[in-house]
Design a protein around this ligand. Structure first.
Ligand SMILES: CC(C)(COP(=O)(O)OP(=O)(O)OC[C@H]1O[C@@H](n2cnc3c(N)ncnc32)[C@H](O)[C@@H]1OP(=O)(O)O)[C@@H](O)C(=O)NCCC(=O)NCCS
Length: 178
């Protein structure tokens, strides 16, 4: 299994992966929604604000993750991990955790100081995330499930609190995802 940065020419294949995985796990409507999110993320986000990574088995992309920038009043490199998908036939084999760990290492190399995510704590705590409060780090939009707001510091001098309001990239700036 190879873990590497995604290539823009792979965007359509990655979008299909998200549609198929989320249709199967959450229903067809969710599949279309997350597929659109991936399309908008890739097409509408500057390269400084988006990092994507894939897990490749042979020649087939079996997993994909994206990190996009969160902006605060102070200048600090913070990204959010979302969305994440592993092909339905390859789940439960450690690929999701290995891909996320690879992505986190690469983000750290790029100087990213903190990564948040919004999802199932029981899964994301396996890859270093812990629940964070909105007083410590604000979410960009109102959360329907505040217990899913998670984060981890990548810095050698860990930061746990970032004051002020938070803005996400345009693709994520839609209450439907939060
Ligand atoms: C969630 C997902 C990315 C995990 O990838 P994976 O390769 O299947 O996961 P791994 O094999 O690395 O890890 C498996 C562990 O994660 C747990 N896990 C998997 N999906 C989970 C979920 N949705 N919620 C909570 N725990 C989950 C498994 O129970 C397993 O735990 P165990 O090792 O204690 O038995 C993948 O299953 C997936 O794409 N699911 C559908 C899309 C999705 O729900 N994405 C967002 C998740 S918030």
């Amino acid at each position: 299994m190879e873990f590497r940065a995604y290539k823009p020419v792979e965007a359509a294949v990655i979008q299909d992966l998200f549609v198929s995985v989320f249709s199967k796990s959450e229903g067809e409507q969710e599949g279309v929604l997350i597929g659109n999110l991936v399309d908008e993320l890739v097409a509408g986000t500057g390269s400084q604000d988006l990092h994507g990574f894939v897990a490749v088995d042979g020649k087939k992309i079996v997993g994909a993750i994206f990190f996009s920038r969160l902006s605060f009043e102070q200048d600090v490199d913070v990204f959010i991990l979302a969305p994440v998908a592993v092909h339905s036939d390859h789940q439960g084999m450690g690929i999701g955790q290995a891909l996320i760990n690879h992505g986190l290492q690469e983000m750290k190399k790029c100087g990213v100081r903190f990564v948040t995510t919004y999802g199932a704590p029981s899964f994301y705590t396996k890859v270093g995330f812990h629940p964070i409060s909105q007083h410590m780090i604000a979410a960009p939009l109102e959360l329907s499930q505040p217990e899913g707001w998670l984060g981890q510091s990548l810095a050698d001098d860990p930061i746990e609190t970032i004051p002020g309001k938070c803005k996400c990239v345009k693709a994520l700036n839609n209450p439907v995802y939060w």
